[in-house]
Ligand binder design. Structure first.
Ligand SMILES: C[S@@+](CC[C@H](N)C(=O)[O-])C[C@H]1O[C@@H](n2cnc3c(N)ncnc32)[C@H](O)[C@@H]1O
Length: 265
């Protein structure tokens, strides 16, 4: 099968190992509440164990544990998991925080549902998808979540981001589900766009939240981090704003993971 696109190389995913990135992640938008209703519908009456792949600071795992018996939350970054533990709900005994790569982690299972929030693209799909397929209970789905945060100054922000990004070959048209289906690693069952929710944030916090993106961490930007912040502040100043009204849009795609083999006729 063809190589993974270079903008998904491991060096970009490793940006999350940085404790400063994990701290700044607090300022990224949480998932809209309806996301959790939809995930629980996908779990249905199957066993209430959930696997969260690339769990980060637990934006999915921590709300989910209020409704199920156990969440196994796996992330390659010790810094992200350390941050997850100190956030509200992070000490819930039903969450097993596991610092490991999804490619190597020992999966307990069977899981009634597996989730991956803005994370699967970083993983080695040929290894991870077949592993998830084996760990799911019969009829269990893998749900992939995407979050899109839109500001009223989107075009200007995009220009600044493109100018400073340390991952300039990133392709915004890349669709993970299409790529996985092409590789016979994914059979999609459904997709839902959750109606956008509003989020108001101080401009300084909004700017800081960009440093929790792999392509714009302060460590990777080096001295340019100050210039990035200045350019972003200039955008807000042009609009006379000290706060920004954001629109948070989530999409859930669910399906069954495959093993890359051509189905038998
Ligand atoms: C953008 S964050 C998403 C975190 C969380 N799921 C969320 O929705 O907020 C991506 C996460 O994937 C993790 N990650 C990247 N590659 C991984 C791998 N091979 N195995 C496990 N975790 C990985 C990173 O450490 C990071 O915490």
């Amino acid at each position: 099968m063809s190589e993974r696109p270079s903008f998904l190389a491991e060096e970009h995913a490793q940006a999350f190992d940085d404790p400063a990135v994990a701290r700044a992640y607090r300022l990224r938008a949480p998932y809209p509440p309806r996301v959790f209703d939809e995930l629980l519908k996908l779990l249905g009456t199957k066993p209430g164990w959930i696997l969260d792949l690339g769990c980060g600071t637990g934006l999915l795992a921590r709300p989910l544990i209020r409704h199920v018996g156990r969440v196994d939350a796996v992330d390659a970054s010790a810094a992200m998991i350390e941050e997850a533990r100190v956030q509200p709900g992070g000490r819930d005994r039903g969450i097993r925080w596991i610092v490991a790569r999804a490619e190597d982690v020992k999966l307990a299972g069977p899981y009634g549902l597996a989730v991956a929030g803005q994370s699967l693209h970083w993983m080695n799909w040929d290894i991870v998808l077949p592993r998830v397929a084996k760990a799911l209970a019969p009829g269990g789905f893998l749900a992939l979540l995407d979050l899109c945060v839109l500001s009223p100054w989107e075009e200007e922000i995009k220009e600044v981001v493109a100018r400073f990004s340390r991952n300039p070959s990133f392709d915004p048209a890349f669709r993970l589900t299409d790529e996985l289906a092409k590789r016979r690693l994914w059979s999609q069952v459904g997709e839902i766009a959750i109606e956008p929710t509003a989020r108001r944030q101080k401009v300084d916090d909004f700017i800081e939240s960009f440093h929790a993106r792999s392509s714009l961490t302060k460590r990777r930007l080096g001295k340019d981090a100050f210039a990035f912040d200045d350019a972003m502040r200039a955008v807000a100043r042009r609009h006379g704003a000290t706060e920004v009204e954001l629109k948070v849009e989530a999409t859930i795609s669910w399906g069954t993971p495959g093993n890359g083999a051509t189905p038998r006729r």
